[in-house]
Design a protein around this ligand. Structure first.
Ligand code: EPZ
Length: 418
């Protein structure tokens, strides 16, 4: 069941409900450590990255159980502060647990998270921010040993609006005396969702969504229920799928505002899109024009996670689109796989030029990473004939039920019996 088969080349029609956001629930799962009691996460997506986080929480001594799509976490019995290497290596973003463990226990030990398919994933900003709060972090042999018996709130300016460093700083600051002010913080909607969760359990955090976030540490916490926000990149994926194949889709459980740069690009390339009341409707002819120049940027700019997905939507049609990937060093690894389907893409360093072609052909392709894999789903739906996608475990890190969801749009798609 690690392959997906698609017979593409025909229009799609249907509606689909968007799952909860991976990049919101992962920091929220780390944040559950802050409260020595029970929290309920509604709309929690069943993803391999979520299961990896659950394994970490259970290793630390927390009680975690599913009830349908509600995840119940009770961190009152937390007993450890170390994350073993094999758990750290399952998910690069496990470093997000560092701030929360330090805030709750004052100690933390974990291995240095490795790089990933997108290139080196440094954590220097995470560590420098925690040190500014008073944590003592020592690294040797790939291991980090941290003590933070007394963290003191203060003003901290981030050199770049790093999503993970902002989230780690917020969680650590919840354990610091006094007020912490983060300047040049990341503004992604997932950080606002983290703030909503923290406020729900009693923490004093405000300003998320802006570049300045204020946290008053060491507040008493209490049990709470939180609904995870919709996943804007999964929503972008399903819009791109119908843009590529042609047809009409109505998405439910989506915040139009979170996707405005993606819908603007799809509109520029010829799609008709409208959004209101938690829904987005898109209609496409299946022959896309140019989306102009797409430069990825921190929110509210065009999301790097949608770069491969939008690229796949533009492969069939006329017109040329220029992509500039400004966030990650090597985020064009999906290009070679798309070329196997007949895509016309040229890449030079961080720039990719996509020229629409009249037809794509199904091929055997392999996922290179999470969003590169999603791009193969999009391209396979536009390609005539059969596309066999291997390495689907990459996709399952961030997509709960890609086959079910795309079938609801009328796609001829199935798991391979392999
Ligand atoms: C988060 O990663 C997301 N992951 C990524 O989504 C997303 O692509 C990224 O933000 C940008 O939006 C999660 O939320 C789990 P960053 P993160 O720190 O926090 C550099 C997906 O597909 N940097 O904002 O790791 C870094 O190298 C994933 O769902 C430092 O130099 O991203 C990158 O070039 C992929 N030092 C840039 O900042 C640091 O200490 C932005 O990274 C931290 C980051």
């Amino acid at each position: 069941m690690n392959e997906i088969i698609i017979r593409g080349g025909r229009p799609l029609e249907g509606s689909v409900r968007v799952q909860g956001a991976k990049n919101s629930v992962l920091p929220i799962l780390a944040a559950t450590i802050l409260h020595p009691g029970q929290v309920t996460l509604q709309g929690c997506p069943h993803l391999s990255d979520v299961e990896a986080s659950i394994r970490i929480l259970r290793h630390l001594g927390c009680q975690v159980r599913w009830e349908g799509d509600e995840l119940l976490v009770d961190s009152s019995s937390i007993s450890r502060w170390d994350i073993p290497d094999h758990l750290m290596r399952e998910m690069r973003s496990s470093v997000i647990f560092l701030g929360a463990i330090l805030a709750r226990l004052g100690w933390a030990e974990m291995s240095y998270p490795g790089g990933c398919e997108l290139g080196p994933r440094p954590i220097d900003l995470h560590l420098s921010t925690l040190r500014k709060l008073g944590a003592d972090l020592r690294e040797s042999g790939g291991q980090m040993r941290c003590t933070a018996q007394h963290m003191e709130g203060r003003e901290i300016a981030l050199s770049i609006p790093s999503v993970g460093a902002t989230e780690n700083a917020i969680l650590a600051a919840c354990g610091a005396e006094g007020e912490t002010v983060l300047v040049n913080a990341a503004r992604e909607p997932e950080i606002k969702d983290l703030q909503d969760f923290l406020q729900a359990i009693g923490c004093q955090v405000r300003g998320a969504g802006s570049s300045t976030i204020c946290i008053r540490g060491r507040c008493p916490t209490h049990d709470a229920v939180h609904t995870v926000m919709p996943d804007r990149i999964v929503a972008a994926t399903y819009l791109a799928a119908v843009a590529a194949a042609g047809g009409t889709v109505e998405l439910h459980n989506v915040d139009y505002r979170h996707l405005s740069t993606v819908t603007a690009a799809l509109h520029e390339a010829g799609c008709r899109i409208s959004g209101r009341d938690g829904r987005i409707t898109l209609h496409a002819s299946g022959r896309m024009g140019s989306a102009g120049t797409i430069r990825t940027a921190p929110y509210p700019g065009f999301p790097t996670d949608a770069q491969a997905i939008l690229m796949a939507a533009l492969l069939r049609g006329q017109g040329t689109t220029v992509f500039v990937e400004t966030i990650f060093e090597s985020r064009y690894r999906h290009v070679d796989e798309l070329r196997r389907m007949g895509a016309d893409i040229s890449v030079a360093d961080r720039v990719a030029v996509v020229t629409g072609v009249p037809k794509l052909s199904g091929a055997d392709v392999r996922c290179t990473d999470l969003r590169g894999g999603a791009a193969l789903l999009v391209a396979g739906l536009a390609a005539e004939g059969t596309t066999r996608i291997g390495g689907v475990h990459h996709i399952l890190r961030g997509y709960e039920e890609p086959v079910r969801d795309l079938k609801e749009l009328g796609a001829e798609i199935a798991w391979s019996e392999n």
